[in-house]
Design a protein around this ligand. Structure first.
Ligand code: PMP
Length: 283
C-alpha cells in the first residue's frame, strides 16, 4: 500500500486521500492515465509515457493541470517519499469536479492523482520462467482505444473472464477474427523466427514497452512484421508474448486450449526480454 500520494497539488497520506463525488472521472470515466514502471529507483521509458499522456490529453481536449516538467518532479518525489526501489507509478487526470452534465464544464480545473507502489522484480522473473496463459475474449471496446482513457470496463470484464478460466490475460478478438491486443498489454506471436504484432492504429493502444522492444529488436536484426494475426496463426506459433509497463516482456505458453510450441517458455522469450531490459531508458 502506498504511504504518500499526490492529489491536486498536495502530498497526502494515501489512506486519507479522497476525490470529490462529482469528479467527472468517477461519473463519466472522463479522463486519461499512465502507468510507469520504476526499476532501481529510476523511471522506465519516462519520455515515451509522458509524450503519450500529452497525446491522450490532446485527443480528449483536456489541458494538463501542471506544466510538462512538473511531472518528473512529482513522480521522483513519490518514489522517494514511498521508498520505492522497484515499483509502479499510476497517474490519472480527469476533467475535474462539476455538477453532473455530459457537456464539458466551463472554468473547471482538471483533477490529478499520482500514486506509487512497490513491486517485486523477483516475482516478475519467477512468473517469466513459468509463462502465462491467455484466454480469447471478444473485443467490446470503443473505436479510440489508441487513447489511454480511464474508460476501462471492457478490459476489466475481459481480464475477469480470463482469471475465472485459470488464465492471466485476455487477448481480445475483433469482429473479423483478428487479435487486437491484451486487456492491458500488447500481443505478439513468433512463427518460423518471424515476430508478428498488430500494427499500431486505432484498434490498439501503442504500448511504450512495445515501441521500446521494437527498437531493441531492430538493433539485434530480428525480423518483425507488424500485421494482424488470428487464431489459426496462434495455432502455428512457436512462441507468444505480451508486453506492458507492468509485465515488461512476458511469455505466453497457452492460448485457450492451444499450447504454444511445446507449452514451455521458448528461447526467444529470453532473447526478447534481455534485449528489452538492455534497451530501456531510465530517468
Ligand atoms: N494495450 C492496452 C490495452 C493496455 O492497457 C496497455 C497497458 N496500459 C498496453 C497495451 C501496454 O502499454 P504500455 O507498454 O505502454 O504499458
Amino acid at each position: 500500500m502506498p504511504a504518500v500520494s499526490y492529489v491536486n497539488g498536495a502530498y497526502m497520506d494515501h489512506k486519507e486521500a479522497k476525490v470529490n463525488i462529482e469528479d467527472r472521472g468517477y461519473q463519466f470515466a472522463d479522463g486519461v492515465y499512465e502507468v510507469f514502471a520504476v526499476i532501481n529507483k529510476k523511471i522506465v521509458d519516462y519520455d515515451g509515457h509522458l509524450e503519450r499522456l500529452f497525446r491522450s490529453l490532446k485527443e480528449i481536449s483536456l489541458d494538463s493541470p501542471i506544466v510538462y516538467d512538473a511531472y518528473l518532479f512529482h513522480i521522483r518525489n513519490l518514489i522517494k517519499k514511498n521508498n520505492i526501489i522497484d515499483g509502479l507509478i499510476y497517474l490519472q487526470i480527469s476533467r475535474g469536479v462539476a455538477q453532473r452534465d455530459f457537456k464539458f464544464p466551463k472554468n473547471t480545473k482538471p483533477s490529478i492523482v499520482i500514486t506509487a507502489r512497490s513491486i517485486s522484480m523477483g516475482d516478475y522473473f519467477s512468473k517469466f520462467e513459468k509463462g502465462i496463459k491467455v484466454k480469447i475474449t471478444e473485443d467490446l471496446r470503443w473505436k479510440r482505444v489508441d487513447i489511454k482513457t480511464i474508460n476501462l470496463l471492457p478490459p476489466v470484464l475481459a481480464k475477469q473472464s480470463a482469471v475465472e478460466n485459470g488464465c492471466d490475460e485476455a487477448w481480445m478478438i475483433d469482429s473479423e477474427g483478428y487479435i487486437t491486443e491484451g486487456s492491458s498489454s500488447n500481443a505478439w506471436i513468433l512463427i518460423n523466427n518471424k515476430l508478428i504484432t498488430t500494427p499500431a492504429n486505432n484498434s490498439i493502444l501503442k504500448g511504450i514497452t512495445r515501441t521500446s522492444l521494437i527498437k531493441a529488436l531492430k538493433k539485434k536484426k530480428i525480423k518483425l512484421i507488424e500485421k494482424r494475426f488470428n487464431i489459426k496463426d496462434i495455432k502455428n506459433a512457436n512462441e507468444a508474448f505480451i508486453t506492458s509497463a507492468t509485465q515488461f516482456v512476458m511469455p505466453v505458453i497457452k492460448v485457450d486450449n492451444n499450447k504454444i510450441g511445446n507449452g514451455k517458455v521458448g528461447k526467444y522469450a529470453h532473447v526478447f526480454k534481455d534485449a528489452y531490459m538492455e534497451a530501456i531508458q531510465l530517468k
